[in-house]
Write a protein that binds this ligand. Structure first.
Ligand code: HEC
Length: 152
C-alpha cells in the first residue's frame, strides 16, 4: 500500500469507529441524559466557586478564578450533544420544549457561550468588580434557559 492509500484507509477507520460510538450513544438515552447532567453539574460547581468569590464568601484568588472560569468556558460547549432527540423522557428534567422549540434552545445555548469567554477575560483582569459583573451575566444566561427548558 502506498503512503496515500494507507492514510486514506486510516482516516476511514477513524470515521467508522467514531460513527459507531455516536450510534451506540443514540441507542442509550440514559447515557445521554447522564452525560448532559454531569456537564451541567460541573458547570454549576465551577460557577459556585466563582460566585462565592465574587460575593466575598471565600477569599479572592486570581489563579483559582482563572481556573474556574476556564473550566466554565470549556464546559459551556459540551452538554449540547447530550440533548439527543430520543432522550426526552426518563430520568430527566429537560422539558419537551428542548426538542419542540430547538431554535430557541440553541439560541439561549449560544448566548451563554458568548458570555463565558468574557468570564475568562474578567478573571484574568484580576479585578473583583469585573469578575462579579461577568459572573452575574453568565448566571443570567444559565437561568434564561433553565426558566424555559428545565423542569423546576
Ligand atoms: C440552553 C439551555 C441551558 C443553558 C444555557 C444552561 N442549562 Fe443547565 N440545564 C438545562 C437543561 C435542559 C437541564 C436539564 C437536563 C436534564 O435533566 O436532562 C439543565 C440542568 C442543569 C443542572 C442540573 C443537572 C442535574 O443533575 O439534574 C445544573 C446544575 C445546571 N443545569 C447548571 C447550569 C449552569 C451553571 C449553566 C450556566 C453556566 C447552565 N446550566 C446553562 C439547560 C441549560
Amino acid at each position: 500500500m502506498n503512503r496515500n492509500a494507507f492514510a486514506a484507509a486510516s482516516a476511514f477507520a477513524v470515521v467508522a469507529v467514531f460513527s459507531a460510538a455516536v450510534v451506540a450513544q443514540d441507542m442509550r438515552p440514559d447515557r445521554a441524559i447522564k452525560y448532559r447532567q454531569g456537564i451541567m453539574q460541573a458547570q454549576g460547581w465551577q460557577m459556585g466557586v466563582l460566585s462565592r468569590m465574587a460575593k466575598g464568601e471565600i477569599p479572592y484568588n486570581k489563579d483559582q478564578a482563572v481556573r474556574a472560569a476556564t473550566f466554565v468556558n470549556e464546559l459551556s460547549k459540551m452538554s449540547w450533544e447530550g440533548f439527543v432527540p430520543v432522550s426526552d423522557s426518563g430520568n430527566t428534567k429537560a422539558r419537551p420544549d428542548v426538542w419542540k422549540d430547538k431554535a430557541k434552545f440553541d439560541r439561549l445555548a449560544q448566548e451563554m457561550q458568548s458570555e463565558t469567554p468574557k468570564l475568562v477575560a474578567a478573571a484574568n483582569s484580576g479585578d473583583v468588580a469585573q469578575l462579579r459583573a461577568a459572573v452575574g451575566a453568565v448566571g443570567k444566561a444559565c437561568n434564561n434557559c433553565h426558566d424555559d427548558f428545565q423542569k423546576q
